[in-house]
Design a protein around this ligand. Structure first.
Ligand code: GBH
Length: 459
């Protein structure tokens, strides 16, 4: 049996707004997601994260379930507005206490905390008073907030992720408007992304300058789906490459090479902001590892100027800027999100990253799938999810065999939760959650994952 490296990190992941609930208790301030969910028509069935999985009150039970699964690491995010209700200045000690207790409980269970500072739930005050990520001031507020987290939790937290998926924040939040703050523009995504990158780099600088003695690692998690050329034509190959550059290199090139990809500069002209020389220096090298969230694959073809409609599903960016049209293969299985299950796309993406960025240490900080799970006689037989994980993890093993420095893998998600604009219908969990009783039940996939961890293999 082929095994993962000895020190491979097996983990599972969640985010604050999707699981915590307790949206306005113990001094928490409102976030842009609290506000976005109140707008009619934005969220399926008008759902909200007000209660979600009530993890705020059930975290000990949840950590016990993680321990039962044998995970070595747990990736969660801090709700900025829980620790800083208006996003700046005043600190909410009860919020600090919650995360402090969570971290202590994890360490007691032998589980390493991997903490994301920003998984989309911006304090509402920063949106209303500062215009959110369109304002450069945000970069300093974020660095101050990061400083607070390093100061209070860094004695125990050794793995930090500044931002989760700035692509989603920019494209879905400022381009397509399907996520908070719900803006639609063809230039704002590039400005929001620019400020997000600078905010990330400032937080990393704070960590490295003031918290070196904590001896942790810090990085950013970007999402990218694989783009496979539709045909062997040179045009389609270039289209697929271009799509990956607009998707991932948009964020990763600044971090690894110090600037945006040429193709984006050429095509976007003045819509793409420029980094100052000082900013370039600060951003280059600002990630100790390559955090990757990966879900699916699509074919890419040169669209020859034929404009694709902007998909509300998130199609890899603003398509007319890329001049790429995307499609699926009819033979591919799809999940409940209509995302295709293509394990070889994961392997190809890992190799693409490895080649382009000189073999960085990579952690897959999210990978997973939604299916219409049913609880029957106290059990959930989610064989499709077992197959999904087995397929993707085998692809990871192949990538490692071919030289990719993949150091860990976090399954999304630990439990069913608030799936943003899709509400609670789309279940991504290894644990089933009954949203009436809030009872948690390990699915078949949780049992399978436990065995894979024990064997240190997906075979
Ligand atoms: C992650 O984002 C989030 O970090 C997490 O909070 C969320 O719960 C989880 O995914 C599941 O959605 O329509 O075929 O073009 C996922 C980012 C970007 C992945 C868009 C899929 C669209 C595929 N997603 N991409 S397609």
């Amino acid at each position: 049996m082929r095994k993962f490296p000895e020190d491979f990190i097996w983990g599972t992941a969640t985010s604050s707004y999707q699981i915590e609930g307790a949206a306005d208790i113990d001094g928490k301030g409102p976030s842009i997601w609290d506000s976005f969910c109140t707008i009619p028509g934005r969220i399926a069935q008008g759902e909200t994260g007000n209660i979600a999985c009530d993890h705020y009150h059930k975290f000990k039970e949840d950590i016990q379930l993680m321990k039962d699964m044998g995970v070595k690491a747990y990736r969660f995010s801090i709700a900025w507005a829980r620790v800083m209700p208006t996003g700046k200045g005043e600190v909410n000690e009860k919020g600090i206490q919650f995360y402090s207790d969570l971290i202590d409980e994890l360490l007691k269970a032998g589980i390493e905390p991997w903490v994301t500072l920003y998984h989309w739930d911006l304090p509402l005050a920063l949106q209303l008073e500062e215009d959110g990520w369109l304002n450069k001031n945000m970069t300093d507020y974020f660095a101050d907030y990061a400083n607070l987290c390093f100061d209070r939790f860094g004695d125990r937290v050794k793995n930090w992720i500044t931002l989760n998926e700035p692509w989603v924040v920019s494209i879905l939040g400022y381009g397509q408007g399907v996520f908070a703050p719900g803006r639609s523009s063809n230039s704002e995504p590039y400005l929001a992304a620019h400020n997000l990158l600078i905010a990330h780099a400032k937080a990393v600088a704070v960590y490295r300058e003031n918290y070196g003695h904590q001896e942790g690692q810090i990085g950013i998690s970007n999402n990218c789906d694989w783009r496979e050329p539709l045909t062997n034509s040179e045009e389609d190959k270039q289209a697929a490459e271009r799509a990956l550059e607009f998707f991932l290199a948009w964020f990763a090139d600044p971090v690894y090479k110090g600037d945006y990809p040429e193709v984006m500069k050429e095509r976007l002209k003045e819509r793409l902001p420029e980094f100052t020389e000082e900013e370039k220096k600060m951003i280059k090298g600002s990630s100790d590892f390559f955090g990757l969230n990966h879900y699916t694959t699509m074919y890419a073809a040169n669209s020859n100027g034929e404009q694709q409609e902007i998909s509300v599903n998130g199609n890899g960016g603003i398509s007319e800027d890329q001049d790429v049209s995307l499609s699926l293969d009819k033979s591919w299985n799809v999940t409940l999100m209509d995302w295709a299950v293509v394990p070889w796309g994961c392997k190809k993406l890992l190799k693409w990253i490895s080649n382009r960025y000189d073999q960085p240490n990579i952690y897959i900080t999210e990978n997973g799938c939604a299916y219409p799970d049913k609880l029957v006689d106290g059990k959930v037989n989610d064989q499709e999810r077992v197959d999904f994980y087995q397929g993707y993890l085998k692809a990871c093993q192949e990538a490692i065999d071919e030289g990719v420095q993949l150091k860990g893998y976090f399954a999304w998600s630990f439990m069913d939760n608030f799936e943003w604009a899709s509400g609670y219908e789309k279940r991504f969990g290894l644990h089933y959650v009954d949203f009436e009783t809030l009872e948690r039940v390990p699915k078949k996939s949780a049992h399978w994952f436990k065995e894979a961890i024990e064997k240190n293999s997906a075979e």
